[in-house]
Design a protein around this ligand. Structure first.
Ligand SMILES: C[S@@+](CC[C@H](N)C(=O)[O-])C[C@H]1O[C@@H](n2cnc3c(N)ncnc32)[C@H](O)[C@@H]1O
Length: 311
């Protein structure tokens, strides 16, 4: 055999054996996180592939170090999405970053189901839509990428980091010219009553996935991975998790008493909720003749969304 070919072959085999040793060693970490050998193997593939793509200029050694670090983190239940830095959401790949909630499939489902309601809104174009408690901006990014009716988006969150990530996501997903305007607002929904009233009075539709887990439930019932690594302020709400629904409903009712409010304002409000009890609570907030409310289940057959339509 040609000596230089033999040397190349030796290097190749050596690298292969190192990769195999690494893989076996760190599959154990991934197994600890996933509790399934198949899933652990799949995550190994994703981590290797994604880190190579994220750092194309790094040396093999650097990439291997990053892979090792990622697997160790994952072994401590660090969310895969923060390692891979993305999460699929409908047709999109939403950028994820620690400090910002990872989008969930449950949200993706109801957002998709809301689209026909947005199309059928009897309001003049552009449809003005609020993404309230926007986080990564997955909801508004989905709308921007899929909603073909001319529309404007108001994206609201208390967290600068979330707004920064949502701006990146909106920029990455914008696919056609039907999104006429996108505005980002750093607002505390719970305390900034006047700015909230001004923003709400100009919106036709509000889509809202607020924090809705009570402190008790958060510390006793959520996954370790969520509890340890996802932002608590994105998940926990006081008053049995109902604090946000209650205050948003109070703003809506205050606006509806205003003689200057137009018939086009606040035609549709869609809230994600966490339990049947919470669904009933939100439905009750909007009971009466002004609104028609419906509860949607998710594909796990759990109450997941309350849809409030102005009659
Ligand atoms: C459950 S996350 C939803 C994120 C995103 N809409 C989604 O579906 O993945 C709730 C969001 O509400 C934001 N938030 C928490 N408290 C807030 C407040 N007082 N005012 C405005 N936004 C708040 C958090 O920063 C977080 O991004």
């Amino acid at each position: 055999m040609n000596p230089s070919f033999r040397m190349l072959l030796t290097i190749f085999l050596y690298e292969q054996s190192i990769s195999l040793q690494l893989r076996n060693r760190f599959l154990a970490d991934l197994y600890r996180a996933t509790e399934s050998i198949e899933q652990a193997k799949q995550e190994w593939k994703w981590i290797c592939q994604e880190l190579r793509e994220l750092y194309p200029k790094d040396s093999k050694l650097h990439i291997q170090r990053k892979i090792i670090q990622a697997c160790k983190l994952r072994g401590r239940k660090y969310p895969l999405q923060y390692i891979l830095q993305t999460q699929p959401f409908g047709p999109l790949n939403i950028q994820c970053s620690p400090g910002v909630l990872i989008p969930r499939w449950e949200t993706e489902e109801w957002v998709e189901r809301t689209m026909p309601l947005l199309y059928s809104l009897l309001v003049p174009n552009p449809v003005r839509i609020m993404d309230l408690c926007s986080g990564s901006g997955c909801i508004s990014s989905y709308i921007s990428a899929s909603f073909k009716r001319p529309h404007c988006l108001h994206i609201i969150d208390i967290s600068s980091k979330a707004l920064h990530v949502s701006a990146k996501n909106l920029l990455a997903c914008k696919q056609d010219s039907s999104t006429l305007d996108t505005q980002f607002h750093k607002v505390n929904v719970l305390s900034a009553k006047k700015p909230m009233l001004n923003l709400l009075r100009n919106c036709h539709a509000v889509l809202c996935n607020p924090p809705y887990i009570s402190p008790n439930e958060f510390y006793s019932n959520t996954d370790l991975s969520v509890r340890r690594y996802e932002p608590k302020h994105a998940l926990i709400a006081q008053e049995d998790g109902n604090q946000f629904y209650k205050i948003i409903a109070s703003y809506v009712f205050e606006l509806l008493k205003d003689p200057l409010i137009t018939k086009d304002a606040l035609r549709l409000l869609v809230f994600e909720i966490g339990s049947s009890e919470q669904a009933k609570y939100v439905k009750n907030l909007f009971s009466g003749s002004t609104f028609h409310t419906t509860i949607w289940k998710d594909s796990a057959n759990l109450d997941r969304t309350v849809v409030v339509q102005r009659t």
